[in-house]
Design a protein around this ligand. Structure first.
Ligand code: G3H
Ligand code: 13P
Ligand code: ZN
Length: 313
């Protein structure tokens, strides 16, 4: 089937009490690993591309890789989504290139500017059948340069969220309730402290409206241990507990964004492969193949244990 937008996918997730995983892609192995797991478990797929991934691989390569994936799995509903689009032009370019969903991240602007920018993207996207995700509040992040420092983070204000959705016409909204991007979210003693009350209030004010949770990697300590055991030097870190994400997947949270966990799974697998099992290897297909398997395994685990999106297509 052709690429789909998020409209029906997230409506079904809302009414079915599960969430769809939005996994970041940047090369062939990530596209293949994610779509293979989704196809085998019959889970819808959102493949998202950050501006950094666009710089690394170019929109042409990424759209063609995703085209190859939908050709390979013709029954799999796939959304190609721009993650954290910073301005109108990037959103427009992605829409013109065939993306079926875009995020316009105006969260660093004033409220009025965010409304106006987001509405301009919605006005361009909707006549073309493309869905739009907005962001309100600020989701912190340390190494990703996409948002703000952790201690400057602002929670989403529910009344403003209601007004924002009405004024802009967005199809989904990323909210700030205490999650943060990257591997080093809750270092040391610091644990996830989420404002469930804000989510509940938004859910009341915006019935049936899909909410997006960014910064949803769980940072499995096993990956960090393996990376360090096989030559890496990564600091201990902790992320969003999977049980909490699983509970959230049954609420208005219909799209759960995961990138850092993929990065850690890939790095751990490649380090182990080269360092422990194949020190004489120099054929990249060996370790790229292992990376693809690691992505597939991680996505299958998330579908079954976190998202609840197995057997939903
Ligand atoms: O939320 C952002 C994603 O993890 C993308 O990160 O800008 O390093 O590609 P990136
Ligand atoms: P993580 O860094 O927690 O994987 O979050 C990814 C994300 O929110 C992409 O938009
Ligand atoms: Zn994000």
């Amino acid at each position: 089937m052709p690429l789909v937008n998020t409209k029906k996918m997230l409506e079904e997730a809302y009414s079915g009490g599960y969430a769809v995983g939005a996994f970041n892609i940047s090369n062939m192995e990530t596209v293949q690993g994610i779509t293979t797991a989704c196809s085998e478990l019959r889970s819808p797929a959102i493949l998202q591309v950050s501006p950094g991934a666009i710089r690394h691989s170019s929109p042409t390569y990424l759209t063609k890789l995703v085209e190859a994936a939908i050709f390979t799995y013709p029954d799999l509903p796939v959304v190609l989504h721009l993650d954290h689009g910073p301005d109108f032009d990037i959103c427009k370019n992605c829409i013109d290139m065939g993306f079926t969903s875009v995020m316009i991240d105006g969260s660093n602007l004033s409220y009025e500017e965010n409304v106006s920018l987001t509405k301009s993207v919605v006005d361009y996207a909707h006549p073309k059948g493309v869905t739009v995700e907005g962001e309100l509040g600020r989701i912190s992040g340390m190494e990703d340069k996409i948002s703000t420092a952790r201690n400057e983070s602002f929670y989403t204000e529910p009344a403003q969220a209601e007004d924002f959705v009405k004024k802009t016409g967005v199809d989904s909204l990323a909210i700030a309730i205490g999650t943060s991007h990257g591997v080093y979210k809750f270092k040391g003693e610091r644990k996830a402290q989420l404002r469930f009350d804000i989510l509940e209030e938004i859910q009341k004010r915006l019935p049936k409206f899909p909410i997006v949770l960014h910064g949803s990697s769980s940072i499995n300590p096993k990956f960090i241990k393996d990376i360090n055991k096989f030559g890496g030097k990564i600091q201990y870190a902790s992320g969003m507990p999977e049980e909490i994400l699983n509970k959230l997947s049954k609420t208005a949270v219909c799209k759960i964004n995961i990138d850092s966990d993929l990065r850690l799974a890939i790095t751990a697998a490649i380090r182990k492969y080269l360092f422990l099992d194949h020190p004489c290897e120099f054929d990249p297909r060996g370790y790229f193949g292992i990376a693809r398997k690691a992505v597939e395994g991680l996505v299958a685990h998330k579908i079954k244990e976190v998202l609840g999106s197995e057997d939903k297509i």
